[in-house]
Ligand binder design. Structure first.
Ligand SMILES: CC(C)(COP(=O)(O)OP(=O)(O)OC[C@H]1O[C@@H](n2cnc3c(N)ncnc32)[C@H](O)[C@@H]1OP(=O)(O)O)[C@@H](O)C(=O)NCCC(=O)NCCS
Length: 177
């Protein structure tokens, strides 16, 4: 199946709402509110339109979405700008076909081009390491939420971007964290 990745437009909002709801519907660790999180993030100061991307089939169906928004990593006397990957959704019937991977690679590429040096996330320990994510604990970066250490990950998009960076992640208030 040919799937292309492009920047989300306003015309995609309702499809993205539905696919996010659908992707998380049966997930036990979910509060099933991720579709509303996407809406809040779009109107927040942390939103970067270029980093809200959709996956489309050749007939124009939106089957996946990824969102990277701005965060800060705040430590003693330092505040470092970074990104958080959340959420990512692929319609259940299109999962396990490489679409999530394509979305992640495309979002990383765009973020890097825009000069962002790193991305953090809270996610599954078996999925994200393949994209270069490492444990936050390696960098002494803490998440402001209670999550197992193994699920708190960070990736350098630009080599050395996290050199000397440590502290606590500060999410946009839209996350409610
Ligand atoms: C997670 C998700 C975006 C991955 O997209 P995808 O297109 O199915 O993923 P890909 O086809 O690129 O990769 C498939 C691999 O991911 C693994 N995978 C899929 N969903 C996973 C999950 N929730 N946790 C861990 N691994 C997962 C598959 O087992 C498969 O592993 P393998 O390559 O070792 O066989 C998609 O499954 C999804 O929307 N899930 C529901 C929402 C969700 O969990 N989002 C992430 C939390 S923010």
């Amino acid at each position: 199946m040919i799937v292309t990745i492009r920047q989300e437009t306003e015309a995609d909002y309702s499809a993205v709402f539905k696919l996010t709801e659908e992707a998380f519907r049966t997930l036990e660790i979910s509060d099933h509110q991720e579709q509303f999180l996407v809406e809040r993030l779009r109107t927040s100061n942390s939103f970067i339109p270029e980093l809200s991307m959709v996956a489309c089939t050749s007939d124009g169906k939106i089957v996946g979405h990824i969102l990277l928004t701005k965060i800060k990593i705040k430590g003693e006397g330092q505040s470092h700008e970074s990104l958080v990957l959340a959420p990512i959704s692929v319609l259940p019937e299109f999962q396990n076909q490489g679409i999530g991977s394509k979305l992640i690679e495309a979002a990383h590429k765009k973020a890097k081009e825009m000069g962002f040096g790193s991305v953090v996330l809270v996610g599954h320990e078996n999925y994200y390491p393949r994209f270069g994510y490492e444990l936050c604990s390696k960098y002494e970066i803490n998440m402001p939420i209670e999550a197992p250490e193994i699920n708190c990950m960070v990736k350098e998009l630009l080599p050395g971007a996290l050199r000397g960076v440590s502290g606590t992640v500060v999410f946009d208030p839209a996350f409610g964290a």
